[in-house]
Design a protein around this ligand. Sequence first.
Ligand SMILES: NC(=O)c1ccc[n+]([C@@H]2O[C@H](COP(=O)([O-])OP(=O)(O)OC[C@H]3O[C@@H](n4cnc5c(N)ncnc54)[C@H](O)[C@@H]3O)[C@@H](O)[C@H]2O)c1
Length: 269
Amino acid sequence: MEDALQYEGKRVLVTGCASGMGAAAAQILVDLGAEVIGLDVKPTEVPVKVFHAVDLRDKASIDAVAGAIDGPVHAVFSVAGLPGPPFPDIDTVLVNFVGARHLIETLVPKMAPGGAVVCVASNAGLGWQQDLESLMPLVTTDGFDTAKAWCEANPAAIDQGYAPSKKLVNAWVAWRGTSLMKQGIRLNTINPGPTETAMMPAFENQHGKDLIDAFIGPSGRRSTADEQAWPMVFLNSPRSSYIAAEALHVDGGFLGAMVTGQLEVNLPE
Ligand SMILES: NC(=O)c1ccc[n+]([C@@H]2O[C@H](COP(=O)([O-])OP(=O)(O)OC[C@H]3O[C@@H](n4cnc5c(N)ncnc54)[C@H](O)[C@@H]3O)[C@@H](O)[C@H]2O)c1
């Protein structure tokens, strides 16, 4: 079957296309014949059709880039991210949630029914369902500036940046994915386990290698960027037309093992 995932000629946008999972997704989409618009704060080596420099911490930068993108946009891959410390908490939450959400919301009017968006959260955001009460005030803020002001007024709610940002992505996808599906636009997220990318040294410096590896499940290894990119490509394909407001755990079986008590967690001494 040719063009099995139906990306040929489709206009797709990938943030974080300079590195890691975003670069892997952008390359796969180029190979599948899509018209790839790449966004990142750094230049990319992936042969995308158009590249736009964007800083997801900055509303004006996002608005300028989004305004330069013609519709129809068929799919958005929201992959760019920061790992938390040493980056300030506010920067991590702006890039991983507030700016990503603003870009997606600005593009939604350029998407037709059948369009799809995939985000990248993390296993670091596990447990978000238990935190909904504290997450929803920020999840439901209207727009970039209001969300940024909320973060600045509530620094304890975004302490350390990374885990809160990934819980926010999961909660927003479940919440906003509902209203978008009523418009025929699907919004989903993946929750990757530890993945060998340029971000990994920052995680190891923050938490230590042993703690990162405690999140390795029955696969016994970290994933590659491609192993995260393909599930994103699958989720945004029209072939996944009944998957919406969903969080797909791409973690080599970690969550299943954890919830059934089969995980041997080797936490550092
Ligand atoms: N690597 C892991 O173990 C892991 C695990 C779970 C989730 N994630 C998430 O996966 C996503 C991709 O990360 P990765 O592992 O490929 O890391 P990476 O560092 O290789 O890629 C992240 C990309 O985001 C871009 N970026 C950073 N700040 C930006 C900004 N202000 N504006 C625009 N772009 C910006 C970077 O330039 C980079 O190209 C991130 O959202 C990350 O949080 C990573």
